[in-house]
Design a protein around this ligand. Sequence first.
Ligand code: COA
Ligand code: AMP
Length: 631
Amino acid sequence: MAYREIYAGWQADPEAFWLEAARQIDWTTEPSKALNDARAPLYEWFTDAQVNTCWNAVDRHVLAGRGRQAAIIHDSPVTGTKHVITFAELQERVARLAGALRAKGVEKGDRVIIYMPMVPEALEAMLACARLGAIHSVVFGGFAAAELAVRIDDCTPKAIIAASCGIEPARVVHYKPLLDAAIDMAHHKPTFCVILQREQEVATLVEGRDVAWHSFQYGVAPAECVSVAGNHPAYILYTSGTTGAPKGVVRPTAGHLVALNWTMRAIYDCGPGDVFWAASDVGWVVGHSYICYAPLIAGCTTIVFEGKPVGTPDAGTFWRVIEEHKVRAFFTAPTALRAIKREDPDGLLPGTFDLSRLNALYLAGERADPDTIHWAQTHIKVPVIDHWWQTETGFAIAANPLGIEALPVKVGSPSVAMPGFDVQILDEGGHGVPPGTLGAVAIKLPLPPGTLPTLWNAEDRFKKSYLSHFPGFYETGDAGFVDDDGYIYIMARTDDVINVAGHRLSTGAMEEVLSGHKDVAECAVIGVADDLKGQSPLGFLCLNKGASRDPAEVVRECITLMREKIGPVADFKRAVVVDRLPKTRSGKILRGTMVKIADGAVWKMPATIDDPAILDEITLALQSLGLAKGG
Ligand code: COA
Ligand code: AMP
């Protein structure tokens, strides 16, 4: 059946569509219905079912005779190691780890924070939690201790599972001191921590609190899978919002299983035995959905890659991995391709590898620029599929569903809405706009299975952030348009979120950090265009009256402060001291105008500006950084 028929079939009878998709999942108790709208506009899916995620991702494949198939391939150019774990081994390892966690008191509903680099044990920890019905929250390794502490206080974990270290090309990331500092800072204290000691760095354990990954598993009885209700949270994943407090996106168990399994065939055209590779990190939603859960649920082999697109050792690494492990579907961020393209502009390296098993290359996480897509189409010689999604949805809202039908690619568009998503473009008043008109991208409620039902401990914030602006719709926070053929174009965020190297960051959170500097009276952070990373943060600092500090020194201190408070992932390397910030007469900082000036884009003097002369000063400051050329 073609895409349009399938989409129309879903629109005509969503209940039947999702119950049919649910037949691919092993249930302890099958759902009697799909949608639960008893608390609309808050929705749930498969509420009355009982199910276990780990069973579906691991055990059922062993039972079906796939025990000897590779489940996880760890390919780690930064440590020079490779390692294969079969489904049978994975079952054994996860059951033992779950048994050890249970023996120390972790039960269904308890939270467990996972703070680990790209090692298979990170996936094992996620699956062990799923086995017990414990709710994991994975924290990306590039965050500082303070960010980890915020997450500890918000989800109050019984346990934290961490590694001794991570390896970045230029340095060792000392996870354990970061973890210890975070626990010191947090009000909530975990009962215990499990530490995976890596060869590259052995951490000191805190007596009475920390246990070593291997020794705490000796002699424990392996744990069986614990069934949970369909609406039980599988995990919490924190993501950036408008303020410094991250949003805890809740992922519901049953919908997650059904939706991810559906995407593996429909979007990625992969099934049991195929090799799937998402070159992301377990700390992001792509890592949750497409390094860990979806490939395993579908019986595929997943690759855990611990390296970078360039420099580990060179710009051919991705193509080497695809050849060596016979990857069928490959998923990465446009930034990674831009990094490769910069080192191999003529695309010579891909041709030196056998990429014949590769069926398609998928891009997401940020806008895919046409140059990068053309480079990849020319040199990788497979369809390049841009698809659009968010941490909140957990899978693609818009894509080109290769497993259903390869639709014509329109460069610059992540193609069309997937079943489950009724995407509409609205004006400020919430009215639909004609094709080709830019507006807020909204999705008619209910959202499909697997998407966020709420935010952890913050139902009001959930309603306020996503449901209140356009009643009856979910507000994506993206601006864009739809063309006459129904292709969606995602152009920019409508909020303070910026996208740096495919990482979602909050300028509001960065401003809170800068305001914490003793000499900063006022500040603004904007995202300016960056050839490699899409956007790059830039700070404007107004110093306290009478502060007789060297501006360059304050800038340096602010850069260090950002690294300490948010972490290296913020990639905050530039700031400039100015006398005043441009504002409207009502006092709102004109960030949008500053972005346009910085990017050298065409801009208009805002009618509401308080003092137009300030923009001259801003332009000069930006020019001193090599920005604001033209416009
Ligand atoms: N743990 C600790 N630190 C990390 C980290 C991790 N997992 N990941 C990144 N960092 C650090 C980097 O070391 C860097 O630190 P530095 O300031 O000391 O150099 C900083 O965070 C910024 O990292 P990044 O923005 O990734 O820049 P980079 O220069 O190290 O690498 C690319 C550039 C293009 C190679 C890299 O950004 C990349 O691979 N991007 C693809 C992103 C991606 O796949 N995103 C997934 C979203 S779907
Ligand atoms: P995250 O929650 O980190 O996945 O970030 C989600 C945001 O990244 C979206 O709201 C978009 O702003 C942006 N994004 C993700 N994928 C795409 C895409 N294919 N095209 C344009 N923007 C994208």
